[in-house]
Design a protein around this ligand. Sequence first.
Ligand code: GLN
Length: 455
Amino acid sequence: MITVREWKERLNEGKAYDAVAELIERAKRNRYNSFITVTEEIALKQAEEYDRGNREGKLAGIPVAVKDNISTEGVRTTCASRMLENYIPPFDAHVVERLKQEGAIIIGKTNMDEFGMGTTTETSYFGVVKNPKDEERVAGGSSGGSASAIAGNETVLALGTDTGGSIRCPSSFTGVYGLKPTYGLVSRYGLVAYANSLEQIGPMASAIDDLGLLLEVIAGKDERDSTNAGKSFHYSPVEKKFRIGVIKEMRADERVMEVFDEFTRSISKFAEVEEVSLPSLSYALPAYYVIAMSEASSNLARYDGVRYGHSLESLDSWTNYFSRVRKEGFGKEVKRRIMMGSYALSAGYFGKYYLKALKVRTLVVQDFMRAFERFDLLISPTMPSTAFRIGELADPVTMYMADINTTPINLAGLPALSMPAGEVNGLPVGVQVIGNHFEENKILGFGRMVERNEV
Ligand code: GLN
């Protein structure tokens, strides 16, 4: 993995063009299937600009890979779906505008679960992403391509998105750092929606400082996203004797727990650590899936093959046209979610499922708020296991269960980091660090203390 500091040293030693060309070559070979599109021409042109002395901006000369559900003007944005296989957005997402303004070199669009729906990147129309730590295993999902591009030295930084764990899960499985920001900190303008009330775009990298740097660039006011909080983010990590709560309900398998318990013991050197119980968490996972699927069924109604997306040559009748477009354009998991979401929202079942899930959501928020009266930060294992073998998760419910520790965070709109904390049989284990709303600097400060202490 390449940190920003290491990359800058390389830029000082030679030409940006050569350094970027080397990365692009690796990305194009696509050993792990991290990329759906490599933007070779654009990236090399930007590198040339840098060599010519155009070096303004916080990310000048630094390669960033962008998840393929984030709109890039003139560059195909597929959401890893056949539905959008040839869709070229006419505009940039807010975060992409910000990357460009700060001189970043965008090297490509990364592979993901179709529309972000998955935990392993196996639902991608463009094939599964392989974990650079073990190529027979998944890199996690849904931002699997962003994580494998970092872990496989194909980029320095990456953007992911997180609706129920999609930044943190692949970070945990590949041994990289990923941060899901507070809901509303980063504009979602130009992000293709899966479940609006849950998702955020966030930074992925190989060091804490790099997350801070990238978050500083992408966060901030944007009136085009009505849920944007209008706050900017200045990276100034807080370091102190933190009060840390270990969440009792967030567990993992035995081997992962051994690594996690060892982590907990070692941070006691510089933090006060105590267990805390959040009883409503036992209902959080089903509530998340009801809400996420309901929002998805509404969001994905727009793909009718008329305005954009997959379309057909022949037209027998309108009704047949729509159903054929959707039958061909969407994969199995996406269809399953549209059907279940429509069911949960339908008259007669709305109160029983959707409304009930919203009530659970309120309880989850209250539990977290109560915990933050006593603690600065909360921790847990990010994932209940290490990376799965490709094809290992045979049924959807088993896959959903893997999101048990990550989804409650999205229900509550909180910021959370996944950082590497050890290994089981050569496979990385991530620890999740959760903060109160807009307390990213505490999370990152704690992360730095951990990094330094080599916990
Ligand atoms: N695995 C979760 C889901 O499938 C989360 C995905 C995400 O965060 N985009 O909904």
